[in-house]
Design a protein around this ligand. Structure first.
Ligand code: ATP
Ligand code: MG
Length: 201
């Protein structure tokens, strides 16, 4: 089985995530894409992130219409901080994939160098770096230059139709009472409304 992981905070999940995951799935012929909401990303401020139950519920709703996609509570259930390296190892243990891809956007891949155990991570899976408006993935090798060649080769750029959608922007729009329709699946939009997420109270 060729497997992909789409990691993220998904607060909320939106069409940017879904487009990237589907394009990568097709390009690398993956049998499954696991969407794994991060419990408490080490690089994000805990207090500002919605409870994981909400983020997982929205992720479940968003992936429902794609039979290749699956929401996973793997990181949520593991005690302690959520490091990608531990998630990748656990996915390998659980699924025995013939090839494993970790899908990220251009911004996340540029942070890769600061992640825990980056060399071990790149020895365990491929990294897919999808284009994202506002972030430059040209000269990726140069930017990640501190890494040995054998690891750099495991980072594959893919060019996807640009979607300048971000969760930060969606949260701001909800707070300001502006529409978010067509930026994310309707089921997720309704969930946000019903649970009054991202508005002041
Ligand atoms: P936030 O604004 O809260 O950081 P986000 O929109 O960046 O949210 P994340 O959950 O942080 O979403 O991102 C998860 C992964 O999806 C990251 O690898 C990120 O680079 C990628 N991603 C998110 N939005 C896009 C997009 N519009 N185009 C390409 N990649 C994206
Ligand atoms: Mg982000």
């Amino acid at each position: 089985m060729r497997l992909a992981i789409m990691g993220g905070t998904f607060d909320p999940i939106h069409y940017g995530h879904l487009v990237v995951a589907e394009q990568a799935r097709y390009k690398f012929q993956c049998d499954k894409v696991l969407f794994i909401p991060a419990k408490s990303p080490p690089h994000k401020d805990d207090a500002l992130i919605s409870p994981v139950e909400h983020r997982l519920a929205m992720t479940r709703l968003a992936v429902d219409s794609n039979s290749y996609f699956e929401a996973s509570s793997l990181e949520i259930e593991r005690p302690g901080p959520s490091y990608t390296i531990d998630t990748v190892k656990e996915v390998k243990r659980l699924y025995y994939p013939s090839k494993l891809f970790f899908i990220t956007g251009a911004d996340a891949v540029l942070e890769i160098i600061s992640w825990k155990s980056v060399e071990e991570l790149l020895s365990l899976c491929y990294f897919v770096a999808a284009t994202r408006p506002g972030y430059d993935i040209s000269n990726l090798q140069q930017k990640l230059g501190a890494l040995p060649e054998k690891y750099l080769e495991k980072i594959i750029p893919i060019y996807i139709p640009a979607l300048a959608i971000s969760s930060t922007d969606i949260r701001k729009r909800v707070k300001a009472g502006e529409p978010i329709k067509y930026l994310l699946p309707e089921s997720v939009e309704n969930y946000i409304k019903n649970h009054r997420l991202y508005s002041e109270k």
